[in-house]
Design a binder for this molecule. Structure first.
Ligand code: NAP
Ligand code: MG
Length: 477
């Protein structure tokens, strides 16, 4: 029964209440986490503040980087153990669980190396003046992490925050806490000072809300649904606390008639199948130029029919979804598609080996989805690909930009000028040309426009978001 991790100690919640940890592969509880409350958040924020004031702010950037590098190495040593924990907690197929652990290694490594390369500027000003800018940490940062890629999202969030000199209080999703509690323990083992990295588990509306409202939190990073993003923003607005929001997407894969289909096909499939489609940057809309529409759907249909959802340990194409309500959500979308006469091109299948009670969904390829339909507008967060045809570039751009989201887009064409035009015209935080990077790219700044949120995570850019700029003007004559 993993406990909260505060001040480098495993501690029970103030209420001593627990929540069950459920295995998505069979729906059975196998462990517990703490059901924390505002009192536990307060304890963690105070620990983070103490650490900031007494220890963390006294370390040089190089020393912070060195600690992060040690943590990266420690996580690498424990990658198999962490992948095993994650597999059971989140239902991830073996390769995905391992990829997540290795991504965490890379995030800590990247931000370890970046910590002492972050600096301000000197600005030419009036005669007799010298003006400097300093990049200062916000202070205590709050991190609300979702369940789809706990280790990856934790890595990009706290990796950058710690490198930039902040201390952290983390609220994982109640469905995905175990790996992160273990990593916090590893951080203590490699010498992170008490209070630098704290984990408080529990419900979003209790612990997440308390974190967003806490006056001692100087910055909030949130990844999750637009609905909760709004709540976080509202809570933070009360005290003008800066936030970074990553709120998902409805990623278009735009395939022109001149595309290299053999090269595109595996990316088109993995962009919606990876992590059972529970990916904010999933390529969940397939926009295909009319002349290629039927042949491409025929080829994709063949692939979809061969896809298998099954027990995570068998490393199938897809594991179970995270929880019963997520399965119901996906089924609800598919029921609606059926009721509205949207045709299915092909579906994969759920393996016979699955345990009763697991949250399995077979992948589905839908065709001619009307652009205004829910299936083309809302995040399903499941393995459902919505295909629709387009006529020309203008039409493709209108469809691609025709949702509330703007996170990631893919463009497939051999025409170099069109590659540039499309990359410019598509409204998204990331555009991939002749490749697709759902979930990838530690080095690549990532984030959205419109309802996908704002602020950037990943890459060096994220460090800027974890600092505030102070301008210092000296008059010396
Ligand atoms: P969610 O409610 O937005 O959860 C994301 C995180 O926010 C979790 O840690 C959650 O904690 C926490 N949270 C929930 N209510 C909160 C509140 N009032 N104040 C502060 N924090 C709060 O997302 P979900 O319900 O798990 O998933 C629903 C849909 O959101 C998905 O189907 C998908 O469309 C989208 N989603 C997007 C992403 C993404 O990567 N962009 C990730 C996850 C979900 P608890 O889980 O402990 O309640
Ligand atoms: Mg779980």
């Amino acid at each position: 029964m993993p406990l909260n991790f505060i001040d480098n100690q495993a501690v029970r919640s103030a209420s001593s209440q627990t929540l069950p940890v459920i295995d998505p592969a069979d729906g059975q509880p196998y462990d517990t986490i703490e059901r924390s409350s505002a009192a536990d958040v307060d304890m963690a924020v105070q620990a983070a503040r103490r650490c900031l004031d007494t220890t963390w702010s006294r370390l040089s950037a190089a020393e912070r980087g060195r600690l992060l590098m040690k943590l990266s190495a420690k996580v690498a040593e424990h990658a198999d153990e962490l992948a095993t924990i994650e597999q059971r907690d989140c239902g991830k197929p073996t390769q995905q669980a391992r990829a997540d652990a290795l991504a965490l290694v890379r995030y800590f490594e990247f931000y370890a190396g970046a910590a002492d390369k972050l600096h301000g500027d000197t600005i030419p000003y009036l005669d007799g003046y010298s003006v400097l800018t300093w990049r200062e940490p916000h202070g205590v940062t709050g991190h609300v992490i979702p369940w789809n890629y706990p280790m990856q999202i934790f890595g990009r969030s706290v990796g950058g925050a710690l490198a930039a000199g902040n201390t952290c209080v983390v609220k994982p999703s109640e469905d995905a806490c175990l790996s992160l509690i273990r990593v916090a323990g590893l951080a203590a083992e490699v010498g992170f000072p008490a209070g630098a990295l704290n984990i408080v588990t529990g419900y979003g509306h209790e612990v997440g809300d308390a974190l967003a409202r806490h006056p001692g939190v100087d910055h909030i990073s949130f990844t999750g649904s637009p609905r909760v993003g709004t709540l976080i923003q509202q809570a933070a607005a009360e005290r003008h606390c800066p936030v970074t929001l990553e709120l998902g997407g409805k990623g278009p894969q735009i395939v022109f008639e001149d595309a290299d289909i053999d090269a595109a096909l595996p990316f088109l499939v993995s962009a919606i199948v990876q992590n059972s489609g529970q990916t904010c940057s999933a390529g969940s809309r397939l926009l295909v130029q009319r002349g290629l529409y039927e042949p491409l759907l025929a080829r994709l249909g063949e692939v979809f029919r061969a896809l298998r959802a099954g027990p995570p340990a068998l490393d199938p194409d897809l594991g179970p979804l995270i929880r019963q309500t997520q399965l119901e959500r996906v089924r609800g979308f598919l029921d609606q598609a059926r009721a509205d006469g949207i045709a299915t091109v092909a579906a994969g299948h759920v393996m016979d080996e699955v345990a009763a009670g697991g949250y399995y969904a077979a992948p589905v390829l839908l065709r001619d989805v009307p652009p205004g339909h829910r299936l083309a507008q809302e995040e399903v967060f499941g393995p459902v690909l919505a295909a629709m045809p387009f006529d020309d570039e203008d039409h493709a751009v209108a469809l691609a930009n025709g949702t509330a989201f703007g996170l990631v887009a893919g463009v497939w064409t051999r025409d170099g000028a069109r590659q540039f035009r499309m990359a410019r015209r598509v409204k998204a935080g990331q555009v991939f040309v002749n490749n697709y990077g759902a979930g990838g790219g530690v080095e690549l700044p990532f984030g959205g426009v419109k309802s996908s949120g704002y602020g950037r995570e990943k890459g060096f850019e994220a460090l800027l978001g974890f600092t505030t700029l102070k301008t210092v003007a000296f008059r010396h004559g």
